[in-house]
Design a protein around this ligand. Structure first.
Ligand code: C2E
Ligand code: MG
Ligand code: MG
Ligand code: MG
Length: 291
């Protein structure tokens, strides 16, 4: 993909095919790639942790770790921008290793029983040497694989299905759970369920924002939650931004909730405080009792 962009960018005459804002985009991507390749990842990457709660009582279940990059050249770059670039230029493997190693080390500061959710790239799963490296990191950390959930985005799998499935089986073999991230946004939602048999389905934010729409929004999410149950998977709603969404999702039997209304992603220090408190919001009464 990137190679093609680059060839077009430098190839004389062809650059005229692009609107100016598209050219800026290409230039920005090239700069991000260069900065990423020369970055001191140990120094420039940071982790934040977003709480995940039980939908029935808002008790803390664990955290999803999300990476942040403070580039010495570019300043803060969000993962939505640099992860796709890292996947194209191969830096993703090193990034995943740093994130996993540090997050596992941070987990040692939490009380027993809290789970960690880690995003994996399809490029991690399709590399056997990377999988070996990740399994080694887990083993050396002393954290039980049972406390870990690995999130994969459904859109990106394709011709390497067998390899990806065997990588997922390695993670299952150490007791870890598999989650489908951003469910409903890919082109292959249903076939991904069939292939991956996830333990958890993370329902995309785009469904959650429509949850209080009584016509299609509420029915849609209700159907998805029911489907998760039929498949024997837990359901998690992503991007819960207000109390109404929280209440409706809880009433519909969604298992886990995550979103700004509960908590934004927080520093490791703040996550420790949440971990010891066992809750993220000081709510006087549990949701289920209010309706
Ligand atoms: P994701 O895994 O689906 O993560 C959820 C994203 O939604 C996060 O953005 C989070 O900050 C944001 N979010 C959470 N609650 C809310 C909410 O209530 N409202 C809104 N509007 N947004 C909310 P972030 O941290 O920018 O990450 C974006 C994506 O980058 C992630 O989506 C994931 O695909 C990728 N990513 C992040 N960290 C990593 C990582 O360590 N490894 C890999 N491979 N990908 C990562
Ligand atoms: Mg995720
Ligand atoms: Mg997601
Ligand atoms: Mg996402």
């Amino acid at each position: 993909d990137f190679a093609l962009f680059h060839a077009k960018q430098t190839g004389r005459g062809r650059v005229e095919l692009y609107a100016p804002e598209h050219e800026d985009q290409i230039r920005r991507t090239a700069i991000v790639e260069q900065s990423l390749k020369s970055a001191d990842l140990e120094e420039e990457l940071h982790l934040v942790f977003q709480p995940v709660v039980d939908a029935r009582n808002l008790q803390l279940i664990g955290f999803e770790v999300l990476v942040r990059w403070r580039s010495s050249h570019l300043g803060d770059v969000m993962p939505g921008e640099f992860i796709p670039v890292a996947e194209r230029c191969g830096t993703i493997h090193a990034i995943t290793r740093v994130v996993l190693r540090r997050a596992l080390s941070e987990m040692q500061n939490w009380p027993e029983g809290l789970r960690l959710k880690v995003n994996l790239s399809i490029y991690d799963l399709s590399s056997s040497s990377q999988m070996l490296a990740l399994l080694t990191i887990i083993e050396r950390s002393g954290v039980s694989g049972q406390q870990l959930t690995f999130e994969i985005t459904e859109s990106a799998f394709s011709d390497q299905l067998d390899i990806i499935l065997s990588a997922l089986n390695m993670l299952r073999a150490i007791g870890s759970s598999i989650a489908i991230d951003d469910f409903g946004t890919g082109y292959s939602s249903l076939s991904s369920l069939h292939h991956f048999r996830p333990d958890l389905i993370k329902i995309d934010r785009s469904f959650v924002v429509r949850v209080s729409d009584p016509y299609d929004g509420r029915d849609m999410i209700k159907t998805i939650i029911q489907m998760c149950r039929n498949l024997g998977a837990r359901s998690l709603a992503e991007g819960v931004e207000n109390e109404t969404q929280c209440r409706v999702l809880s009433d519909l039997g969604c298992d886990e909730l995550q979103g700004y209304w509960l908590s934004r992603p927080v520093s490791a220090e703040k996550a420790r405080e949440f971990a010891h408190a066992g809750v993220v919001k000081a709510e006087p009464q549990a949701l289920g009792q209010s309706s």
